[in-house]
Unconditional design. Sequence first.
Length: 100
Amino acid sequence: MLLLASCSAPPATAQTHTVRGVLLDVVSPGIQKVDSFTLRTDDGQELHFSTTPDFNQGVAHLMTPGHMRQHVALGDPVEVTYRDQNGSLVALSATDVSSP
């Protein structure tokens, strides 16, 4: 039985996706951490994202809760990189994008 467990395939890692849209809401416990946010995609879908503990790690321009709220107020678009984890959308990063 131990042999079977060691021969089984490793669990598949969730594939990453990107989506562009405008932020509708941002939930954060303070000035540095984003817990979740809602995005309206360019095609009109409303998607709710939770964030990973390392949300935006490694991006050139840090998307703080205040910066995200500025996007909400101005309607400036963002691009979100995320994974679908058992039906829950988990954001890895959100970045500024130029308007079309």
